[in-house]
Design a protein around this ligand. Structure first.
Ligand code: SF4
Length: 410
């Protein structure tokens, strides 16, 4: 295994989220380009935005990887052939692929670009890693179906390859995300970045032999999310992940909000720094878990990483809890004016006097008094809607791009 410094790798679905990841402490970000990455439909970046993002990232020493991990068809090849030299000229730090055809094109057109093998390639054993290493792959995202013990058995025997795994975020119930449910039900292909997520719907299971009542796995009718997996959360096990030879800790969620990016980056940044400085004494802080509960999620699980036997269980299916959400994004700081100690905020969603609003900061969060909300002319406002620009007095300087969240329940 390579011994590069472990990195926190954050999803950047657009330029705003890339900037958010930089503000809250990412070591690296991954982005998608229109039509050529999974999640492309809702989380795509133009080449112009990518160039801007690269400049900002490099100023902070943050790496940028580009996902080209859709399974391509012949019709994609022309645009790929045009795109690859441009990515090379921009100087991206790596390209994430799943399709051997994309790897082949990369090697022909930009052999110096570092290639990362996507989790979609489903790498579960040492021989597969060696195979892809011989094809020129520099980093492998190991399949999330492996345990940390199985990962360690691979990483300890391979040199010149970096290993990455997902540590946080949504999971598919299908094996390494190979799923036709969305395409079958809604004609939208998950393998082309356009999953409509029908596994998240509520389903009832009927016995065809004539039983009139549905079979309720939970024993009652409250929740029947039979196909929806809990979300992954490995924050309590970062030293074990590092000990397994993993050097890139990846967060899922290119289609998630800037609030999600801000909070996950902030919390995992603090946790990873602690795990790196003193792995022996590392303990997951209760406040980290409390904060992660404030993201929209479906309950948390450690997935397969801690399992004792391979595939001892097929995921922890979500049969008890539907999506949980206590807080939501309500704004972003556009500017801080030191002359009057006010911040200018662009509102997202709806913000009204009396809402419990916090500014997420890389260090300690700050509560806002929403009774002091004014418009740009300085007039008091009771309600601000999406895209409004409003001002608040604050007791300290606030960085541009800081995210505001609002409590909505709980
Ligand atoms: S339908 Fe669900 S399991 Fe299938 S690809 Fe989409 S998110 Fe994954």
């Amino acid at each position: 295994m390579l011994t590069s410094k472990p990195e926190l790798l954050i999803p950047a679905g657009n330029l705003e989220k890339l900037k958010t990841a930089l503000l809250y402490g990412a070591d690296a970000v991954y982005v998608g380009l229109a039509g050529l990455s999974l999640r492309a439909a809702k989380a795509e970046m133009s080449l112009a935005d990518l160039e801007l993002g690269l400049n900002l990232a490099y100023q902070k020493g943050v790496k940028v990887y580009v996902a080209l991990n859709a399974f391509m068809t012949n019709t994609d090849l022309d645009s790929l052939t045009e795109l690859i030299p441009r990515l090379n000229a921009l100087g991206v730090d790596g390209v994430i692929v799943a399709d051997p055809g994309v790897l082949s094109l990369l090697q022909q057109l930009a052999p110096q670009l570092s290639v990362h093998l996507s989790t979609q390639a489903n790498i579960t054993n040492l021989a597969a890693v060696r195979f892809w290493q011989h094809q020129g792959v520099k980093r492998v995202v190991l399949a999330r179906e492996l345990s940390l013990k199985e990962m360690g058995a691979i990483t300890s025997k391979v040199n010149e390859v970096e290993f990455e795994i997902f540590v946080h975020g949504a999971m598919c119930m299908a094996y390494s995300g190979r799923c036709f449910l969305s395409e079958y039900l809604t004609d939208r292909s998950s393998n082309r970045g356009d999953c409509s997520q029908p596994c998240r719907f509520e389903y009832l299971l009927y016995d065809k032999k004539g039983q009139a009542e549905p079979l309720l796995l939970t024993g009652d009718e409250r929740y029947n999310y039979l196909l929806s997996s809990k979300d992954l959360c490995m924050i309590a096990y970062l030293p074990q992940i590092l000990a397994a030879g993993v050097t890139s800790l990846k967060v899922e969620g290119r289609i998630k909000s800037a609030y999600y990016v801000a909070l996950v980056t902030k919390i995992y940044r603090e946790a990873l720094d602690l795990a790196l400085s003193d792995p022996e004494k590392y303990q997951c802080k209760p406040e980290w878990l409390e904060e992660l509960q404030k993201l929209a999620h479906r309950g948390y699980t450690t997935g397969f990483y801690l399992k004792k036997e391979p595939l001892a269980k097929v995921n922890e299916m979500q049969t008890e809890f539907k999506k949980i959400q206590t807080h939501e994004l309500v704004g972003k700081v556009l500017a801080y004016d030191p002359a009057d100690s006010q911040i200018l905020v662009e509102v997202r969603n709806r913000l009204q006097v009396g809402d419990q609003v916090e500014i997420l900061l890389p260090e300690k969060n700050l509560f806002l008094d929403t009774h002091q909300m004014v418009n740009q002319a300085g007039e008091p406002l009771l309600v601000a809607h999406n895209t409004y620009q409003v001002k608040f007095p604050v007791a300290r300087e606030i960085p541009e791009g800081a995210i505001l969240r609002k409590k909505i329940s709980g």
